[in-house]
Design a protein around this ligand. Structure first.
Ligand code: AHR
Length: 508
């Protein structure tokens, strides 16, 4: 690792230079039939705090507090073997099925109707994925008819009979999941998938031309398929889709400085995808703009035991899988990833933190017991609550650092948002240095006279502190008293490995 000599990170805020709007859909999450995300996560009828539909009200409250906008459902790898029909109708008649993706048994107590109901209670927009692994266009069209047609057809009348009088009006649909992954049931070549996705999108648009459709991008930037997959899939689907997906997880297996390079890696990945999209756009001489749905992102310690699915004859219902416990450093990385998504709001039009509850999640639950917040909950909730209006372009000048194979990236990662109507600007900043504090020195005269209304930093001496069910509150975002705004200049001390939020009121 190398650190630079300068200890100041600088930028100028000018309201005239914007990247694009703060999109509520940047703050999406993901609920998959995986481990305890659904069963004993969002749904646990026997829990003392369950409501009349079996949903945990403590989880609903935390979901609202987290500020989640969209929720992708029902998978993930799970969707590639899913028969949506199993999850509708009288519960006692629903079949239990093998879930091959996670070597589990799904009792199908929760399906599309329950998820739609939960979404209303949670105040989130549902984002539905269709199975293009073991199934195809017809099943996708049937599901769309079931969900969105108000009535008068076989599937829409079936939904009515199941208790939902009106269609759900679900706008965002994912055309399969990670279809280039050899682990995916029914995985395909780019051409096979591109043609299937295009046919399915074409049919879905015949039902509703206003849907927003997401084609599968490659499963990760490290896949051998990445790049060529995008080119082929986009060539096949460009005219009938709106977004291409991006998935990226950060293992944090190397040293800390390498882990803190995650935001920079995501930045490079976004730029690469944009270049693939725009290449196809240009070759096709298209005027249409396809953008990115970054619908799986997080820190995921994939190689740990928590991520190992059961094997052999063991097909449990809702086993504890992927239940990573996050450190303070992980939360700083998550805060930085969110900053990166916001900074690219011109091309990233939707994003989903994977996942919401228990499975690599900011919210954890004990079956029959408490729900609690992981470290990663805090930067997400505060960014979602306070980022509003427009994302401003910042030309950050900062000491450069290197971590792992990522060389010479900025120690300061920052983004600013401006809500002119509310008279508020917010700076979100991460000091990615594993060792050195940094002085933030921002020229803010362009905003006129400003007053600091809130300044908080999330950091801790013990970077490996993790929240637990017994103690989830010892380390919380705390007031940063070093922040000063005076004479058009804002300064703040940012400890090494820290995430900060500074809210400024604009005097009118
Ligand atoms: O989020 C966990 C898994 O990661 C999802 O099921 C899959 O899409 C990805 O590989």
């Amino acid at each position: 690792m190398s650190t630079a000599k300068t200890a100041a990170g600088k930028f100028t805020i000018d309201p005239a230079f914007t990247v694009g709007p703060v999109r509520r859909r940047t703050f999406g999450a993901f609920v998959e039939h995986l481990g305890r995300c659904v069963y004993t996560g969002i749904f646990e009828p026997e829990h003392p705090q369950a409501d009349e539909d079996g949903f945990r009200t403590d989880v609903l409250e935390l979901t609202r507090e987290l500020g989640v906008s969209t929720v992708r459902y029902p998978g993930g790898n799970f969707v590639s073997g899913y028969r949506w029909e199993d999850g509708v109708g009288p519960v006692e008649q629903r079949p239990a099925r093998l879930d091959l993706a996670w070597h589990s048994t799904d009792p199908n107590l929760v399906g599309v109707d329950e998820f739609a109901k939960w979404s209303v209670k949670a105040g989130v927009e549902p984002m539905m994925a269709v199975n293009l692994g073991t199934r195809g266009t017809q099943a996708a069209l049937d599901l769309l008819e079931y969900c969105n047609i108000d009535g008068g057809t076989a599937f829409s009348d079936q939904r009515k009979a199941n208790g939902a009088e009106n269609g759900y009006g679900i706008k965002m649909w994912c055309l399969g999941n990670e279809m280039d992954g050899p682990w995916q049931i029914g995985h395909k070549s780019a051409l096979e998938y591109g043609r299937l996705a295009a046919d399915t999108a074409h049919g879905m648009r015949m039902i509703d031309p206003d849907l927003e459709l997401v084609a599968c991008g490659s499963s990760a930037p490290t896949m051998a398929t990445f790049g060529e997959w995008e080119r082929v899939v986009l060539t096949e689907t460009y005219d009938v889709i709106d977004l291409i997906s991006a998935h990226q997880y950060f293992e944090g297996a190397g040293d800390l400085q390498e882990h803190l390079a995650a935001g920079q890696k995501m930045e490079f990945f976004i730029r690469d995808i944009v270049s693939h999209i725009d290449h196809v756009k240009s070759v096709r001489k298209s005027t249409k703009q396809v953008n990115i749905s970054f619908d799986e992102w997080n820190v995921w310690h994939m190689s740990r035991a928590e991520s190992k699915a059961p094997t052999g004859k063991d097909w449990p219902v809702a086993p504890a899988l992927l239940e990573d416990k996050y450190t303070v450093a992980d939360a700083v990385v998550v805060g930085d990833l969110l900053i990166t998504l916001l900074r690219n709001t011109d091309r990233v039009h939707a994003a989903s933190l994977a996942q919401l509850v228990n499975v690599i999640a900011p919210i954890m639950t004990v079956p029959g017991g408490r729900a609690w917040k992981q470290t990663t909950f805090h930067p997400f909730a505060l960014t979602s609550r306070h980022a509003a209006g427009a994302v401003l372009q910042l030309a950050v000048e900062s000491p450069l650092i290197s971590g792992g194979t990522t060389k010479d990236f900025s120690a300061l990662s920052a983004v600013a948002t401006l809500d002119a109507e509310a008279g508020e600007a917010v700076i979100f900043a991460v000091n990615r240095s594993a060792t050195d504090p940094l002085t933030l020195d921002a020229a803010v005269a362009g905003l006129g006279s400003v007053r600091v209304v809130e300044a908080v930093t999330y950091a801790n001496k013990d970077l490996y502190w993790r929240a637990t069910v017994e103690d989830s509150t010892s380390v919380l975002p705390a007031a940063n008293v070093s922040v000063k705004a005076d004479g058009g200049r804002l300064t703040a001390e940012l400890p090494a490995v820290s995430w900060s939020m500074i809210r400024l009121a604009l005097d009118s």
